[in-house]
Design a protein around this ligand. Structure first.
Ligand code: PEP
Ligand code: MG
Length: 750
């Protein structure tokens, strides 16, 4: 690059900064910029197009084109050369614009006399804001340095747009971060919420994109990089050498942090007039643009690492941490790329909703959101880039849809929906003290699932008879080390206190599969859901299991205790686990401790194999609880976390219901109490069918108890069973259509 050009681009940036510093309305500023660029780059035309909505670009300012076309000329994404730049995110540089593929003639602009065309995207961190164009009469190709200069200017304009420099006049000028956007994600937890955006990691704002003293900026950049390297090295020494994945990520971080190419490119940008922060951000934008185009998952991971590293560097340079000092708005809805269960728990119930760009239904965050009964939408791509703190937001957890900055019609319809749900809740509250007594005189026991101390107050409110499933792994997931026996005993004891004599079925630790403890060596298993998990871990490495059993025995303080073992696949596993418990009971007794007045020992039936266990198993176990989530995934061989297949098979599939009836039959034979505690128990129609197949105890999220009870109280289970049997005999693969049709005639609900 020639020195002359170098100072040209710096001079241009300085002029730009000075111009932006002058007071003025949005339009005046844009006009000044186009004038200044056309003048500095010695082009006849400079124009700025900004997005009006996701798909429409509007000419917002021009030097050289006809003034009357401003705010009139519009293009769709991909339309004409300007639209092509916007769509591809890449510059278009041509000496003969009319001959170019996709050229679109716009007579109102008077641009037909200009041959040379250079358009660059105005984008910030992968977010498309508009297009900047220069045009000349002479048929010439713009030089590499000119392209570079315009890109840098576009970046500064993007930065200023982000800061709201052009807001204030004309609709298009206020388009950024102000227009309504709808995100279609997936359901993580049902429910609806209205509130204000609270970003878990607020974005870094660069307020000084242009700098005068390149030397000083390079020194700042290098110092920040040193700090970054040091922090990565510290992280590396702190990670467990056995933790291969974490090590690999950090090694990649270190490699990037030491990359000469990365530093060189940023220093070049600084010499061309950018501040250190802006240079980092420019690299980051390039990374994000590549991210959009790379299909290879490994490469994408590495680009994500680089993006993350750039964020850290920006935070060091700007001094902006996660704590911005901003106050959390009322009715906060948390937005994050992803979040850990511990962090989510810290926010607790004050959140109205949670929206994640990543996540999965079975992720720990989803488990916590479910426990806290907060609506959660996952896979809302790019929402953290689009949203600003304080934005109005509607979260529809039922549909997996999010409305950001909704218009009034959408908001009004949404409020109606919330009001209807509130009304229904009121109706359910009226049933709280009534049993789930069906028209045929059968009472179905409704219990709730829990996993946190915070869940227990729902026992009163929901009218649950007890806790049918207490998932103990959350206490392990949210800590950085194995919890101590004393801590666990105290917690379990408080759970029993809060239950006030109601039965609580404590399930021993179900880790492995998706639930990996932060302090546990990750097992590199090809198929973790069918791998070393739950009771398999407990039996092979019984230390933690025993400690947990001791904690439970002590927590009971003489009260009745119910323990169940997860994921038992064969009788022997149950025998072995039970022996551990019996051994601990003996030990506690020998130590002179008070033992529970009664102990029930049960097994979760989550693999089809257990349904075919010997009769002795059914006779020995005090109760069986069907873990429908796992049982269904193994019955249909359909991963419960895989969005592509998890909804493919209906719980009301005849094969599955027949299988449930077989389990009911085996339990009846041996007089073993049976319950069902998967998510399906909380869906009214599914719950009805399970009851019709003979289940007399269901355990579900507290919020589901009302709707399930309301339906059960309106139906005759014998009739429902007849409908199911008839549908099965007719060869239907699912009984759902028949049941829905019957319900529409008989239950006046659903
Ligand atoms: C189940 O599998 O249905 C169950 C209740 O256990 P979890 O969802 O915790 O695996
Ligand atoms: Mg399970």
């Amino acid at each position: 690059m020639a020195d002359g050009t170098e100072s040209d681009s710096r001079r241009l940036l300085r002029r730009l900064r000075d111009s932006l510093a002058e007071p003025g309305k949005g339009q005046e500023r844009l006009d000044r910029i186009t004038h200044l660029i056309a003048d500095s780059m010695r082009c006849e035309v400079c124009s700025i197009y900004l997005f009006r909505d996701d798909d429409t670009l509007e000419l917002c300012a021009t030097e050289g084109l006809k003034a009357e076309s401003v705010h009139q000329t519009r293009l769709r994404m991909g339309e004409g050369l300007v639209g092509r730049v916007a769509k591809s995110g890449q510059p278009v540089n041509t000496g003969n614009a009319p001959a170019e593929r996709g050229f679109r003639y716009m007579p109102e602009t008077g641009e037909e006399i200009y041959s040379a065309f250079l358009g660059v995207p105005i984008q910030r961190l992968g977010e498309k804001l508009g297009v900047m164009v220069v045009q000349s009469k002479t048929a010439r190709q713009y030089s590499e340095d000119e392209v570079y200069a315009l890109e840098v200017v576009a970046m500064v304009v993007a930065e200023m747009t982000e800061l709201g420099a052009f807001i204030g006049e004309g609709e298009a000028l206020s388009a950024l971060h102000t227009h309504p956007v709808m995100f279609r994600g997936a359901t993580g937890q049902e429910g609806a919420a209205e509130g204000r955006v609270w970003l878990h990691e607020p974005r870094v704002v660069v307020t000084n994109p242009v700098a005068d003293d390149p030397q000083a900026e390079c020194i700042r950049l290098r110092a920040a990089l040193d700090e970054l390297r040091l922090s990565v090295d510290t992280l590396l020494t702190e990670t467990d050498p056995g933790d291969g994945e974490q090590q690999q990520v950090l090694e990649a971080y270190r490699m990037f942090a030491n990359s000469r190419g990365w530093l060189k490119r940023m220093e070049e940008d600084i010499h061309r007039g950018l501040s250190a922060e802006a240079a980092v951000e420019k690299e980051q934008s390039a990374t994000r643009a590549r991210l959009d185009q790379v299909p290879d998952p490994y490469m994408r991971e590495r680009l994500h690492d680089l993006d993350d590293l750039a964020n850290r560097l920006l935070r060091i340079l700007t001094g902006q941490g996660y704590e911005t000092g901003a106050a959390m708005p009322e009715n906060p809805v948390l937005l994050a790329r992803n979040i850990g269960p511990g962090e989510l728990l810290e926010y607790g119930r004050k959140l109205k909703g949670v929206v994640l760009e990543e996540g999965s239904v079975g992720s720990h965050a989803a488990v916590v959101a479910r426990a806290l009964a907060i609506p959660l939408v996952i896979h809302a791509e790019r929402i953290t880039t689009e949203a600003l703190n304080g934005d109005h937001i509607l979260v529809d957890g039922d549909q997996g849809i999010v409305h950001l900055r909704p218009d009034e019609n959408v908001a009004a319809a949404f409020r109606d929906k919330i009001a209807m749900q509130a009304k229904a809740m009121e109706r359910y509250a009226g049933l709280r003290l009534l049993p789930a007594l069906t028209l045929c005189g059968t009472t179905v026991g409704l219990h709730m699932n829990a996993g946190l101390m915070a869940d227990l107050p729902s026992l009163e409110g929901s009218g649950a008879e007890g806790v049918g499933l207490f998932r103990t792994e959350l206490q392990f997931l949210i800590r950085n080390q194995v919890p101590k026996r004393g801590e666990l005993a105290a917690l379990y004891s408080r759970v029993l206190d809060a239950a006030r004599g109601r039965r609580v079925a404590f399930r021993t630790l179900d880790i492995g599969s998706d639930k990996v403890l932060p302090y546990m060596k990750p097992q590199d298993e090809p198929n973790p859901a069918m791998g070393w998990r739950a009771i398999r871990v407990g039996l092979e490495k019984p230390g933690v299991l025993r400690m947990q059993l001791q904690a439970l025995l002590r927590a009971a303080k003489g009260r009745p205790l119910t323990v169940m073992f997860p994921f038992v696949a064969q009788f022997e596993e149950f025998l072995e686990a039970r022996d551990h418990l019996l051994h601990e009971i003996d030990r506690e007794g020998a130590l002179g401790r008070t033992l529970p007045e009664k102990i029930e020992i049960g097994a979760m039936l989550e693999t089809p194999s257990l349904a075919f266990a010997p009769k002795a198993f059914f006779e020995l176990t005090d109760f069986i609880s069907i873990g429908g989530n796992d049982l269904k995934q193994f019955f249909f061989a359909a991963d419960r976390e895989n969005e592509r297949v998890r909804r493919r098979y209906d719980t009301l599939n005849v094969s599955f219901l027949t299988f449930i009836a077989q389990i009911v039959g085996r339990c009846e034979e041996s007089g073993t109490s049976l319950s069902f505690c998967g998510e399906d128990a909380g869906r009214p129609v599914e719950a009805l069918c399970l009851a019709a197949m003979g289940l007399r105890n269901l355990s579900m999220r507290p919020a589901s108890i009302g709707p399930v009870k309301a339906l059960l109280r309106r139906v005759d289970l014998r009739e429902a069973r007849a409908v199911i049997d008839a549908a099965a005999a007719s060869g239907a693969h699912s009984v759902r259509p028949a049941i829905m049709e019957w319900l529409s005639r008989h239950a006046e609900v659903v």
